[in-house]
Design a protein around this ligand. Structure first.
Ligand code: CTP
Length: 400
């Protein structure tokens, strides 16, 4: 949800500064451009080089730096930022921001920012409970800063209570909610399939494909972030099951078929991003096939086309399919759209670099039943996930 956004991360001097490395790493992985500003005391806990290596950008520490090539670093950072997040935020930075002080790069840049600002306090529990700290946080909240409440628990100093930096995932969820306030898919029930299926040959081998599951997972996460109730049916992948949805892991095309057909009647939208094997060995051999002289011929039988079956059983649902093509993209895509009774088909030419299996990006054409074709540029799969839902929401049928 943060893909394509420019995020300025302010790191101030607390023991939780090392957790900001994880935050920056996860933001970069989710496709955000991240610029880090460190205060002098943050540098006592973590070296700027660590943030530089993870963010891929020079770390900013000095109001008067000239090495960035920017005439006014504080203004340039403020202009670029779609959001700023200060994590960890000490009692000192909260006090300075509450008073409007601008005595270092971070405070100066924040004063010039018009984007959403998140403050993630982290400090000793007694400092956190101190009325003056609480008053400063209240003032900041009144002024429009978003305060991400610290976690409670055992602190580095040995004290117990609230003051631990909020979980990085919680910080990112809060950031996502600012960009995409949950709402436009509230109450919608969505089925997404992802990943490739595996068709067992014997106890050791299977027929599989190169699908990583990234496109389907991106779609599922985007829908959940927008308020939908998501069921993700996934073939085997290395990806972690996303939070905030039901994930059902399956292995074979037949398992996926049974699972999807059971869930389908109860959903408003089904998006079939999975790469389903078209063929399977009729039965998996019980014993490992031993090698012999000469070649080996495997007999294969057809798997049912799940999407085509969904197209036949379509009632109120909106049905979206994918097509992986290596030639004659548009004609093949149009044929699949009609044959499978789809409302939208996302077609990709998997021979292009930056498109298709395993990559973080995709280059697709959206093909509609009225013949319209929209060609999209190369996009991060997370950004494309949002774009596909934008299009689905435009053609959404009334829920029956
Ligand atoms: N699909 C499916 N069940 C199958 C095969 C494919 O549901 N047994 C779905 C995929 O999830 C995808 C769409 O069909 O949404 C297109 O998959 P693709 O592999 O591009 O095309 P096929 O229809 O299998 O046609 P072909 O392999 O001949 O290109």
């Amino acid at each position: 949800m943060l893909a394509g956004k420019c995020i300025v991360v302010g790191v101030t001097g607390g023991i939780a500064a090392h957790k900001a490395l994880d935050l920056v790493s996860k933001l970069v992985k989710s496709g955000a451009e991240v610029h880090v500003i460190m205060t002098a005391s943050a540098g006592m806990f973590v070296k700027p080089l660590a943030f530089e290596a993870i963010s891929g950008h020079k770390v900013h520490t000095d109001t008067f730096e000239s090495s960035s090539g920017w005439r006014f670093p504080h203004l340039e950072l403020a202009r670029r930022a779609d959001m700023a997040v200060i994590a960890p935020a000490t009692a000192n930075i909260a006090a300075k921001l509450a008073c409007g002080l601008a005595d270092d790069l971070l405070t100066t840049a924040v004063l010039a920012m018009v984007c959403p600002l998140l403050i993630c306090p982290a400090m000793n529990v007694y400092m956190y409970r101190n009325p003056v700290v609480q008053e400063n946080l209240r003032r900041l909240r009144r002024m429009g800063f978003i305060i991400v409440e610290p976690d409670a628990g055992r602190q580095a100093c040995g004290d117990e209570g609230p003051g631990r930096l909020a979980d990085v995932r919680a910080i990112m969820e809060q950031m996502g909610r600012v960009f995409y306030p949950p709402g436009d898919m509230n109450g919608m029930k969505v089925l997404v399939t992802a990943g490739g299926t595996r068709e067992p040959i014997d106890p050791v081998r299977y027929i599989g494909n190169r699908s990583s599951g990234k496109m389907g997972y991106a779609l599922a996460e985007a829908a959940a972030g927008r308020g939908a109730e998501v069921c993700l049916v996934s073939g085997p992948t290395w990806l972690e099951p996303p939070a905030g949805m039901q994930t059902i892991m399956v292995e074979t095309a037949q398992e996926m078929y049974r699972t999807v057909l059971e869930i389908y009647p109860g959903v408003d939208v089904a998006v079939k991003a999975a790469a389903v094997s078209d063929y399977r060995p009729p039965t998996a051999r019980e014993q490992k096939i031993k090698k012999k002289e000469g070649g080996l011929t495997l007999e294969l039988e057809r798997n049912t086309d799940i999407l085509e079956q969904l197209g036949r059983e379509k009632r109120h649902q909106l049905l979206v399919g994918f097509a992986a093509e290596t030639e004659d993209l548009i004609n093949n895509a149009r044929e699949k759209l009609t044959r499978k009774n789809l409302d939208l088909l996302v077609a990709n030419d998997i021979t292009q670099s930056g498109a298709g299996f395993g990559t973080d990006t995709n280059i697709v054409k959206l093909v509609y039943p009225d013949g319209r074709v929209e060609s999209l540029p190369m996009m991060d799969k997370l950004v494309l996930g949002e774009k596909i839902w934008d299009e689905i929401m435009k053609i959404k049928k009334p829920v029956t």
